[in-house]
Design a protein around this ligand. Structure first.
Ligand SMILES: [Zn+2]
Length: 333
């Protein structure tokens, strides 16, 4: 047998590794084999507290689609119990280059394509909310820049940020909560406070600070500060959409599988919310309303159509240090 030339010896292991990775990401039996205890761990979780009549629940969603991916089942259950559900989108999704390229049919989309994408995604968000029977009057679009929230939080707290994708430096889209408001962290916080105070929700469902997406993490920090100022941190609940290591695995549609714990936030105080088959199907219908996202991220989106959703009652794992928080060593003070 002839061996490959030395310079090509890397090829077989590379092909094998790629194949194994593709199987792990996409093939249920292989995923189960590599995560034998993942499903069991979900089964042992306590149930999410039941929703009740008159309860007010608000979801803070960094982008159009997060509220559906994390919580479409819980939204249906809250409605069935007689609760009211509100959704506040912090951005309009005007920073997603692949989406804008497809929408605008151009390889390098200009700012006009990103602005057009924002209006389209807001429309899709309204359609998804309609599938889930959330009244239009319960929806708020704050219209801050997709991909820019962390900069608003740190560098542009008081001075306006200009989005490199949309070219905008202030809230500009029709149908937004406070049009004309400059892109600053201060204004974002004020608008968040206004919508939260107008509703005074019993539960505020926000991203967990372990979420991999910087916009999500920023939303979490701001929401926690806002509720701490009101002495209402007990009303916060946390979810994850970008959970690390290709989560949720396997990709694609697996309605009979549980949504397992995200690797980035394994040790939070998770509760499990079980969905009925009808609720899973309706969640799927709401996800499908996000046509632009489905075109680019379809297998990721439908991977959230699972037997359960997950909600944590805490932002950090129990113990003196939070997950991912490193102790300060060598400073005796
Ligand atoms: Zn998002």
């Amino acid at each position: 047998m002839r061996l490959l030339p030395t310079r090509h010896r890397w090829l077989p292991p590379f092909v094998l590794l790629s194949l194994a990775l593709a199987l792990w990401i996409n093939f249920t039996p292989f995923t189960r084999l590599t995560q034998p205890r993942a499903a069991m761990r979900v089964e042992r979780l306590p149930a999410t507290s039941a929703f009740y009549s008159g309860q007010k629940i608000m979801i803070l969603s960094p982008h159009p689609d997060d509220e559906t991916l994390c919580c479409a089942g819980m939204i249906q259950q809250a409605h069935a119990a007689g609760a009211d559900v509100y959704v506040t989108w912090l951005t309009s999704g005007d920073g997603f280059e692949f989406d804008a390229a497809l929408e605008g049919r151009q390889l390098r989309p200009g700012s006009a394509a990103f602005r057009k994408l924002a209006l389209r995604r807001m429309q899709e968000a309204r359609a998804a909310a309609a599938v889930l029977n959330i009244p239009v009057s319960h929806l708020n679009f704050l219209g801050y820049p997709d991909g820019g929230l962390f900069r608003l939080f740190l560098e542009n707290y008081a001075t306006a940020y200009t989005s490199p994708t949309s070219g905008l430096n202030r809230v500009s889209y029709d149908g937004t909560f406070n049009p004309g408001s400059a892109y600053t962290g201060l204004n974002l916080e004020r608008d968040m406070a206004s919508v939260v105070d107008a509703v005074n929700p019993d539960l505020l469902l926000v991203p967990a600070p372990q979420d991999a997406h910087l916009d999500h993490r920023t939303a979490s920090y701001l929401a926690q500060r806002l509720m701490a100022e009101r002495g209402q941190t007990a009303r916060l609940r946390f979810w994850v959409v970008h959970g690390g290591l290709e989560w949720p695995l396997p990709k694609g549609l697996h309605r009979g599988d549980p949504l397992t714990l995200p690797s980035r936030a394994m040790n939070l105080a998770w509760t499990r919310d079980d969905l009925t088959p009808a609720q899973i199907l309706k969640k799927g219908a709401a996800i499908s309303a996000y046509r632009t996202q489905m075109t680019v991220l379809g297998r990721f989106m439908v991977a959230f159509e699972r037997k359960n959703e997950l909600l944590s009652t805490t932002a950090l794992p129990p113990g003196p240090l939070g997950e991912g928080v490193q102790p300060i060593i060598g400073d005796g003070r």
